[in-house]
Design a protein around this ligand. Structure first.
Ligand code: FAD
Length: 519
């Protein structure tokens, strides 16, 4: 007989792992299905030439005592994870055609750096940073609920915040700044999204800047440490984790009964589903139902972003002696960032491509991720859609040439190099907290987690896992909480959150007991 789980989670990246941990800790049975041979998605490192390379983690933010991401790990019980802070005086270096600047820890300190370089824009810079601070507060409200003290800021900046959620980064920076170079600076690590400023969500970019302005951190032991902490915790709770099971179809059998089929023809049943593989892919898996009209409209508007192209290098050079630090280098190399993206979209690569460069051996110097005398470098750029093999090899050669601007003679000292393309999920402009898919995919009992909910990044994906788990719990507990769910669906997210927060804890535990008794 097919076992019936409370929740089946598709994908074992950080969002799926987070959702699973939340649900199992609340007493629900969970099955995680993973199409790859290993658990972890982008948290999975790989080993070549005796070096361990991370894929989806170069740095994380907000990990200081009491900061948002640290609290998130603590909330999940992953208290033993350790992080090493990147030098707060230079977390990121951004280089344009003839101008280099840096991101420092602390929004006001960063403001001082910018005002020094763009004195005529001082008032605009300060005003924009105030808006960024309000944005940070908004995130806190999403996490902790609305307090009376938040209201004046909400009233003052509410309009701008709403606009921010609907506008592109290019549109908002044009509204605030006269100098096009300064507008570029606010793209910051926005290249992560694989979209030009004209199509990147202003809100997601500002969130990303805020995240790293709270300090940059690297996990001791690399992304493997995060993956292992989750997997150990889940195994200790008895969660079923199955690899090599690519979900292909989802059949709705009833209000609280889904059947999932995999490429191996295995079948599983669950009372709710959390998918971390994107809204469109998830909707396409549905066999006998379609998402509701509103969800279909949103899905139709999603635009895919360009892929990330990663080059992994080990070298016998001492990178610190060569002038590298633990900061990330964001080499744009041009002032016309839009043109760079239109070239990529037209399938062309630049003679001197933009890239992000990071060295995990400098960030985690005590690690044993590389044999003695070797250092690791990772370069990430945005790849043209469907780049040919020849184009990829050209890209690797040009990226290594570009890296020599920071590390002289690198090419003569490469011990190993490899490259891969990583598909980024769609980060269309429309995808933001208010206009995005959120956790709903237009089908009761099915929820989304991952980059299509609150945007990309480990923290945003972890938060999406928490939100999806909460939505699944409300669905699972609907027998008793049915009225609450119906009501909450009609309410805004703030109201919904406030309502869930004020539901007495005792009621929740009584309902759990009731459910268990009924089984
Ligand atoms: C090159 C690169 C660098 C990055 N650097 C950083 C960084 O420095 N800091 C940061 O915060 N974020 C960074 N990110 C973003 C961050 O890694 C991701 O946003 C986050 O890890 C995504 O987690 P996820 O759970 O949404 O998805 P993923 O980690 O992509 O997991 C999805 C999982 O679903 C599985 N899957 C897919 N289809 C199916 C199916 N049909 N059935 C079953 N399983 C399926 C996949 O195999 C995968 O394991 C980076 C991303 C990239 C690409």
């Amino acid at each position: 007989m097919t076992p019936l789980y409370d929740t089946l989670i598709i994908g074992t990246g950080v969002s799926g792992l987070t959702a699973a941990l939340r649900l199992v800790r609340k007493g629900h049975s969970v099955l995680l299905l993973e199409s790859a041979a290993e658990i972890g998605g982008l948290l999975n490192p790989f080993v070549r030439n005796r070096c361990e390379f991370d894929v989806g983690v170069h740095y994380l933010g907000e990990l200081g005592e009491g900061q948002s991401m640290r609290r998130l790990f603590d909330f999940l019980g992953l208290v033993d994870l350790q992080f090493r802070e990147i030098n707060p005086a230079c977390v990121d270096r951004f280089t344009f055609a003839d101008y280099e600047t840096r991101l420092v820890k602390g929004i006001d300190r960063w403001g001082d750096v910018l005002v020094k370089d763009f004195p005529k824009e001082e008032a605009n810079i300060r005003k924009f940073l105030e808006l960024m601070k309000e944005c940070r507060e908004l995130n806190r409200v999403v996490e902790d609920g609305l307090h009376a003290s938040d209201l004046p800021g909400m009233v003052r900046y509410g309009g701008d915040l709403l606009r921010l959620s609907r506008m592109s980064l290019a549109a908002i920076t044009k509204r605030y700044f006269d100098d096009p170079l300064l507008r570029n600076v606010f793209s910051g690590p926005g290249a992560d999204f694989g979209l030009p400023a004209s199509r990147a969500s202003a809100l997601l970019t500002v969130n990303s800047l805020n995240h790293y302005l709270a300090g940059g951190y690297y996990p001791v032991g690399g992304s493997r440490a995060i993956r292992d902490a989750f997997v150990d915790a889940l195994r200790a709770e008895g969660v079923d984790l199955l690899c090599n099971e690519a979900v292909t179809n989802i059949t709705v059998l009833g209000e609280k009964r889904f059947q999932v089929r995999t490429a191996n023809e295995a079948r599983f049943e669950a009372r709710s589903i959390i998918s971390t593989v994107g809204a469109r892919v998830t909707a396409d898996m549905l066999d006998n139902r379609r998402p509701n009209f509103m969800a279909r409209r949103k899905i139709d508007r999603l635009e895919p972003s360009l892929d990330a192209f990663c080059v992994f290098v080990s070298t016998d050079l001492n990178l610190a002696d060569a002038g590298m630090t633990d900061a990330n280098v964001w080499h744009y190399g041009t002032d016309d960032l839009e043109a760079r993206y239109s070239d990529l979209q037209a399938g062309r690569i630049a003679d001197q491509p933009s890239f992000m460069m990071s060295s995990p051996t400098l960030k985690d110097p005590e690690s044993t991720r590389a044999p003695g005398g070797q250092s690791i470098l990772q370069l990430v750029t945005t790849a043209p859609a469907q780049a040919s093999q020849e184009m990829r090899e050209q890209l690797v050669a040009r990226l290594l040439e570009g890296a020599e601007r920071y590390i002289p003679n690198l090419r003569e000292h490469v011990s190993y190099s490899d490259h891969t393309t990583v598909a980024r999920p769609a980060h269309a402009r429309e995808q933001s907290v208010f206009g995005g898919m959120f956790t709903r995919v237009g089908m009761p009992g099915m929820y989304l987690a991952g980059s299509s909910v609150l945007g990309g990044g480990v923290m945003a994906c972890m938060k999406s896992g928490v939100l999806a788990a909460r939505a699944a719990r409300v669905h699972l507990e609907r027998d008793a909480l049915g009225q609450l769910d119906d009501l909450s669906r009609a309410m805004s997210w703030v109201g919904r959150k406030a309502m869930l927060r004020t539901t007495p804890q005792k009621l929740h535990s009584n309902l759990h007991q009731l459910k268990r008794d009924r089984r």
